[in-house]
Design a protein around this ligand. Structure first.
Ligand code: CUA
Length: 452
């Protein structure tokens, strides 16, 4: 009797929870209302079955409970009942599956006027490519991937020369226009998901998958990776901005074409050297660093990393509130008047002889540091601590260990990495908070001191 009441209460409670729950679909901003409809049909079918079967179970537990002197009857066959049950089950299964087949057929059949764009997934970033004036994307393949051509665009294909390359995890689209997304992966399975658009599909290495949609509301929405793709899966985030046509056109025009990314002029090392004179006072003539002046070692850093950080200081992405030493860098970075000056400086810094810094942290637990590094950091910064352009990870081995400690502490404290234009900084915030505190940070720094 008590069991019957419990089962019945569970049924009532589940139904109330379903309707009163604060958790529901995000507002839809695309043409895929039919996807919501199919999910609702599934909810109704499974919900009805859940209520009917459990209520029937509660009824049976009550009705046929043990009473002394009563005997159970054996009734193995009932053709009429079996016929009914089979028929009702068939209707339920068809109701759940058939609408999805129609919606799916639609989902992978883009309309004639849909314009194309490409999504490239890699561990653990999103990048995007748009056709240029010719409206055609050039061919691309992982065999062409290199530091200069991270997209793997075929350099021989004339259609690819004017392709717009977006080497950042933020893409834009115009509102009210159907688009076809071509999905490619550079390494493992990823999944391109935008909940508000009801868009979701795997990126499969070796082939191009596709889907289409029409964004109907302007705004900025998250792009998630919904395929477990390695230790950095949870930090593989991006953003999609749905613009008015004018805003979209302006944004596309501000992005480089593939040809432009391939034709960057040789940096001017003499000019870089001249602007470095002012940096030498703190960072040393050969970028060896000076802890007394809170100036980290620069020698050994990759040019693209130096370039990015200088630009972040210039753009107010680094050196904000709480970052006293970083704030001192803003004025310095602003002395570099344009992108070329920044590039020249970065190129000059990368010519310094890379002599490993003398470790200052020797009392950390190296074994624990290795465990943490191996689990959280090595996937991007590599086992050797050399870093790599592929994951946008700077070199750590042989760099200033005290600086590592202050920066990881800054990431943890929200002083660095939370600016909306610093997606890789945001990744570091997640990684830094995986360390429990100053002791563990010092352990990792001590381990890094053993990598030379
Ligand atoms: Cu890419 Cu998960």
């Amino acid at each position: 009797m008590a069991l019957a009441v419990v089962i019945f209460a569970l049924v009532i409670g589940s139904v109330i929870f379903h309707f009163a729950s604060p958790w529901w679909f995000t507002d839809i901003i695309s043409n895929w209302q039919s996807i919501d409809t199919t999910i609702l049909i599934t909810f109704w079918v499974t919900g009805t079955v859940f209520v009917v079967i459990n209520a029937f179970m509660a009824y049976c537990v009550y009705k046929f409970r043990h009473r002394s002197g009563q005997k159970a009857a054996y009734e193995p066959e009932n053709h009429k009942l079996e016929g009914w049950l089979s028929a009702i089950t068939t209707v339920g299964v068809v109701l759940m599956l058939a609408p999805g087949l129609f919606v799916w057929a639609d989902f992978v059949q883009p309309p004639e006027n849909a314009t194309e764009f490409e999504v490239l997934g890699q561990q653990w970033q999103w990048n995007f490519r748009y056709p240029g004036a010719d409206g055609k994307l050039g061919t691309a393949d992982t065999e062409f991937v290199s530091e200069e051509n991270p997209f793997g665009v075929n350099p021989e294909d004339p259609n690819g020369q004017d392709d717009v390359i977006v080497n950042a995890p933020e893409m834009h689209l115009p509102v009210g226009k159907p688009v076809k997304a071509l999905l490619r992966s550079n390494d493992v399975l990823h999944n391109y998901t935008i909940a508000q658009l009801r868009v979701k599909m795997d990126l499969v290495p070796g082939l191009t998958s596709y889907l289409w949609f029409e964004p109907e509301v302007t705004g900025r929405y998250d792009i998630l990776c919904e395929e477990l793709c390695g230790v950095g899966h949870f930090i593989m985030r991006g953003a999609i901005v749905i613009d008015t046509q004018d805003d979209y056109d302006a944004w596309v025009a501000s992005q480089p074409t593939f040809a432009q990314t391939q034709q960057a002029a040789e940096p001017d090392l003499a000019a870089g050297q001249a602007s470095y004179a002012v940096c030498a006072a703190c960072h040393g003539v050969n970028g060896e660093g000076n802890q007394a002046l809170n100036s980290p070692k620069l020698a050994g850093l990759q040019d693209w990393y130096v370039e990015r950080q200088l630009n972040h200081f210039k753009q107010g992405i680094r050196g904000g509130e709480g970052d006293v030493n970083g704030a001192a860098m803003i004025g310095m970075a602003n002395m570099l008047v344009d992108d070329n000056a920044v590039r020249n400086m970065a190129a000059y810094v990368s010519t310094f002889p890379d002599i490993p810094a003398t470790p200052t942290i020797v009392e950390g637990n190296i074994e624990n540091g290795f465990d943490i590094y191996d689990r959280n950091c090595a996937a991007c910064h590599l086992d050797s601590g050399s870093g790599t352009w592929y994951t946008d990870a700077p070199k750590l081995a042989g760099m200033s260990d005290w600086y590592f400690v202050t920066q990881i502490s800054n990431f943890r404290a929200g002083i660095r990495g939370l600016h909306s234009a610093d997606p890789y900084g945001e990744q570091m915030v997640s990684m830094a908070t995986a360390m429990s505190g100053l002791n563990e940070i010092r352990d990792v720094a001590a381990y890094l001191g053993t990598l030379r």
